[in-house]
Design a binder for this molecule. Sequence first.
Ligand SMILES: *Cc1c(COP(=O)(O)O)cnc(C)c1O
Length: 365
Amino acid sequence: MIKFLDLKKITDSFQPELDAAVQRVVQSGWYLLGEEATAFEKEYAAFVGAPYAVGVANGLDALRLIFKAYLELGRLKEGDEIIVPANTYIASMLAITDNKLKAVLGEPDIQSFNLDPFKVEEKITANTKGILLVHLYGQNGMHPEIARLVDKYNLLLIEDNAQAIGCRSGNFRTGAVGHAAGHSFYPGKNLGALGDAGAVTTSDSALAATIAALGNYGSRQKYVNEMQGLNSRLDEIQAAVLRVKLKRLDRDNARRQEIANYYLRHINHANVVLPQALSEHVWHLFVVRCTAREALQQHLEKMGIQTIIHYPIPPHKQRAYKEWNQDTFPITEKIHQEVLSLPISPVMTEEEINAVVQSVNMFSL
Ligand SMILES: *Cc1c(COP(=O)(O)O)cnc(C)c1O
């Protein structure tokens, strides 16, 4: 069976360095707010090309804390509008609405799956204060039109870089393009921890300091609380794990690109629409479209190939957002009806890659 993502094999491929890193922390007797997290923050900031990185507990918290910090700093106020793509993982919306900001949904481009830059300006009102740009599936979502709008309307540009860790964006990397970015190190992401972990990157020193304090009970000095914060910290074991894995990230992403290019050259089926790299892409997911998606998934399952749908229900059709359930976003809904993610990961063998190609090509309706 070809697994969608063989996490055990990925973890094993980092041995024995990974075990050594974990043991180092276990034996140090120091598990939170220590040297490993500080070292990872420095290394990750340098990697992304951002002046500051702040480790937090997970990717959703990274995004939540960015908005919460902007509220604390007076850059945002309750009710301000943030434009976000309608087709994204729901965490993007949750970060906005959790802070009592208004999420304004924008349609994606069907080819890139990313926010359609030319449908953003029509969403801008006097209350629009920011854009949450999601680099979905690993593809850079930045576009000159987004830059123009950010400039013209003096907007905050916040990146959801959960899926595009290590991706290039022109002369930068995603995560260093906007004013602040949230990163997820959920185990299945391109840089995965052995549990939950996340980070914020930014060039804004006040924002970085506010986020670090907010993630630690709103405190900069022990038992002195300046703000009503939360507990969202990157622990020492995860930081040590991430330091080991970060060193191989560019190579791992290059391997993903090789596999994606192989798929793009060799998958050839009249009913399967291949994804397009219209910009830099680190292929967190390789997402095809098929109007007979369920049949294709069943066929691949029979051939021993595990696939996943990212995602089956759009956020505006979720019970959690009842207030949006009557809204229609045709492109978003079409994407949710048709997408299927094929296995892709740096540890796939040539035989597995070939089997995926052959099996997709053998699909008959
Ligand atoms: C994974 C993900 C998140 C949330 O990250 P967690 O670490 O799971 O909290 C946010 N946004 C997107 C687009 C994601 O894929």
